[in-house]
Write a protein that binds this ligand. Structure first.
Ligand code: PLP
Length: 214
């Protein structure tokens, strides 16, 4: 099933859009299978779960952290992941900068629906946060990521992708050596086509590759 699913997605996704396979709860075997079928980017939500998998799979693929990161896990996270997609505070960025030996690639997670209890920076606070983070020595901001709200009808997510894309464009005006704005990560199994229509350069797909999570 994994093979057929990936082949179908690869056929449909335009060149230049990165597919991140969201692999939380998936086994090493399932992940290896996905890699054999051409998956080159893996997204994990938890540092500890990623560490086990990373120890077996290593740098054959690029590792994205797509879940919320606690400050006390940063030291370990920067050793495993190639990019952290979920930076939403100066303090977290500061911790990453402190523990990294190289300018570390991050995305800023935008809470595009402005939901109180969710992670991500509110849209109207995003440019300010980027300006602040850009003062850190060992961070390179490569773009934005958003989840968007939980919706029943996939089409209902479109406005939140639009908001994030607009923000992505306006952040390109921030002229700092360590602000690049080249990656826009949005869209999951049921919304990735909409995300691409709205300008995503990176989509994160779990169930549409691996089937329902156990
Ligand atoms: C699990 C997850 C995905 C993938 O979700 P699916 O609906 O299984 O495709 C994408 N992004 C994040 C942040 C996730 O946690």
């Amino acid at each position: 099933m994994i093979k057929e699913n990936i082949e179908k997605i690869l056929k449909e996704v335009p060149k230049g859009v990165t597919i991140v396979a969201a692999t939380k709860t998936r086994s090493i075997e399932e992940i290896r299978q996905a890699i054999e079928c051409g998956i080159t980017h893996i997204g994990e939500n938890y540092v500890q779960e990623a560490e086990k998998k990373f120890n077996q799979i290593g740098r054959a693929v690029k590792w994205h952290l797509i879940g919320h990161l606690q400050k006390n896990k940063v030291k370990k996270a920067v050793k495993i992941f190639d990019i952290i997609e979920t930076v939403d505070s100066f303090e977290l960025a500061q911790e990453i900068s402190k523990h990294s030996q190289i300018p570390y690639p991050v995305l800023i997670e935008v809470n595009s629906a402005g939901e109180m209890q969710k992670s991500g920076v509110f849209p109207d606070k995003t440019e300010r946060l980027i300006e602040e983070i850009s003062k850190l020595p060992n961070i390179i901001i490569q773009g934005l990521m958003t989840m968007g709200p939980a919706v029943e009808n996939p089409q209902d997510i479109r406005p939140y992708f639009k908001i994030t894309k607009q923000l992505f464009e306006s952040c390109k005006k921030i002229k700092k050596p360590n602000v690049e704005m080249k990656i826009l990560s949005m869209g999951m199994s049921d919304t990735w086509r909409i995300a691409i229509e709205e300008g995503a350069t990176c989509i994160r797909i779990g169930t549409a590759i691996f089937g329902p999570r156990r």
